[in-house]
Design a binder for this molecule. Structure first.
Ligand SMILES: Cc1cc2nc3c(=O)[nH]c(=O)nc-3n(C[C@H](O)[C@H](O)[C@H](O)COP(=O)(O)O)c2cc1C
Length: 196
């Protein structure tokens, strides 16, 4: 039997939250933020990261025979009750690798593993707006995917270079509280669905 966690089904006793994002570079502030979020979830949450680093560019011709990176990525999302996306902002919008990951997860049409799921977004940027514009573009994408965005709190970590320490800890208390609150709100919505 494979030990690959991405092949394991979700934890039936817990709320399953899957996350992806960060950027492809080492020491990504968004990668740090993803890790901070993973450590700040309620104890009834099973948190898993859906890896995007090895995803190919989306190609409809490859839908029938997806490569292993695509299969693993989609499986982690498939078993999730809720999704967290942690995104940088590139040129006032969603970076290509994040949009590509979403496109892959959403196809083929009959196997859209995002449709209808609760979703929360966070961003970190080195400028004053903290990735706000990328987040609002993402929210437009959620409309087509029929996802259920957690609206508040909005987590924009601006001037990220001043808010993380060299080990990737979020040293800004106010930002950390917002991360905790957003993760709690995402988990609560997922739990509510379990109870109905
Ligand atoms: C191609 C590119 C475009 C960028 N565009 C924006 C932008 O529109 N808004 C912004 O706040 N920061 C922008 N930045 C700066 C990023 O906020 C900064 O590089 C940040 O550290 C990226 O996130 P990461 O640390 O997770 O890689 C851009 C950076 C790159 C490489």
């Amino acid at each position: 039997m494979s030990n690959d966690i991405s092949r394991a089904p979700g934890d039936v006793k817990k709320v399953n939250i899957a996350a992806f994002g960060g950027s492809l570079r080492r020491n990504s502030f968004n990668g740090y933020l993803l890790n901070v979020a993973s450590r700040n979830v309620p104890e009834y949450v099973a948190f898993r990261i859906a890896p995007i680093k090895d995803l190919p560019m989306y190609n409809t011709d490859e839908e029938e025979k997806p490569v292993e990176a695509v299969v693993n990525f989609k499986n982690v999302l498939r078993h999730a009750d809720g999704i967290l996306i942690v995104t940088p902002e590139y040129n006032y919008s969603i970076p290509g690798f994040i949009k590509n990951a979403i496109d892959i997860a959403s196809r083929p049409y009959s196997d859209n593993v995002l449709k209808g799921k609760h979703v929360a977004v966070m961003s970190a940027s080195m400028s004053a707006f903290g990735g706000m514009r990328a987040q609002y573009h993402l929210r437009q994408v959620f409309v087509y995917l029929d996802m259920k965005p957690i609206n508040k709190p909005e987590v924009f970590i601006n001037f990220a270079q001043d808010k993380f320490d060299s080990s990737g800890e979020l040293k800004d208390e106010k930002s950390l509280r917002l991360v905790q609150e957003l993760m709690m709100n995402l988990a609560t919505e997922c739990m509510r669905d379990r109870l109905v």
